[in-house]
Design a protein around this ligand. Structure first.
Ligand SMILES: NC(=O)c1ccc[n+]([C@@H]2O[C@H](COP(=O)([O-])OP(=O)(O)OC[C@H]3O[C@@H](n4cnc5c(N)ncnc54)[C@H](OP(=O)(O)O)[C@@H]3O)[C@@H](O)[C@H]2O)c1
Length: 243
């Protein structure tokens, strides 16, 4: 038996219209999983859907910052064996320029949404026993960088939340883990190039012995955390590509 096999498992994945979430969805389908994918951009979500290995998958467009749209996803979600919270945003802002509006915007999608989504799924009993919940944190919580206070704080918050969730859900054998990648070549990092100079990005890359990662590198770890191969791993935070 292949311990990484995901056949028979239904996985809900947010942020599936781009980057890490898109590749995670494709990889999960290649390992036999059935998917409920969600993202804001309908066309790009459809692109992901069309790239999945054929199966009884579902694509649901939603802006998860809007409570009603989140509720609608929950209603349409069947019982699941795993959730991967990939939806998120980044931004670089020196500490003295952080405004209330920046706090609200970034904490909302990076922290409030995965937290509220998880509690709703649990209350509606959508997450089955022996399931796995995966959160995307970031290496930013370990290595401070100029302008990273807000983004890093949202990710530190999700790491704390995940550890407590692991404890609270252990009796149901539901696992909760975080992944903390460093730079992964996705549209998010492409956007970063608009606000960080090439010199600074080159410096970051030199600090990483294995260089920048590809979405597949994170997707493979996500497959591990969703599969029975990780049935004894919870409350963990796997750093990827940090070197
Ligand atoms: N790339 C990296 O280097 C890196 C490193 C460490 C951690 N991470 C984390 O990994 C996760 C995925 O990052 P990525 O690089 O794949 O980013 P990405 O390519 O920019 O994708 C972000 C995804 O989040 C979705 N999203 C954003 N706001 C949303 C909202 N309000 N409602 C619903 N969906 C929303 C986007 O949907 P639409 O595109 O449809 O709007 C998109 O699918 C993020 O949490 C990020 O912080 C990334």
């Amino acid at each position: 038996m292949n311990a990484f096999d995901l056949s028979g498992k239904t996985i809900l994945i947010t942020g599936a219209s781009s980057g890490i979430g898109k590749q995670a969805a494709i990889s999960i389908s290649n390992y036999g999983g059935r998917l409920i994918i969600t993202g804001r951009n309908e066309d790009r979500l459809k692109e992901t859907f069309d790239s999945l290995k054929p199966g009884e998958h579902l694509a649901l467009t939603a802006n998860l910052s809007i409570a009603e749209e989140r509720d609608s996803i929950i209603e349409q979600t069947p019982e699941i064996n795993g959730v991967v919270h990939c939806a998120g945003i980044t931004g670089h802002l020196p500490a003295k320029f952080i405004r209330q509006q920046d706090l609200d915007e970034m904490f909302n999608i990076n922290f409030n949404v995965p937290v509220l989504f998880t509690s709703q799924l649990l209350k509606k009993k959508k997450i089955l026993q022996n399931s796995s919940i995966v959160f995307l944190s970031s290496i930013a919580t370990k290595y401070p960088y100029f302008g990273g206070a807000l983004y890093g704080s949202t990710k530190s918050a999700i790491e704390s939340y995940s550890r407590v969730l692991a404890l609270e859900l252990a009796s149901k054998k539901i696992r909760s883990n975080c992944l903390s990648p460093s730079f992964v070549q996705t549209p998010m990092v492409e956007d970063t190039r608009k606000t960080i100079s090439k010199e600074v990005l080159d410096k970051f890359e030199k600090m990483m012995p294995l260089g920048f990662g590809e979405p597949e590198d994170v997707a493979n770890a996500i497959v591990f955390f969703l599969s029975d191969a990780s049935k004894w791993v919870t409350g963990a935070n796997l750093v990827l590509g940090g070197g």
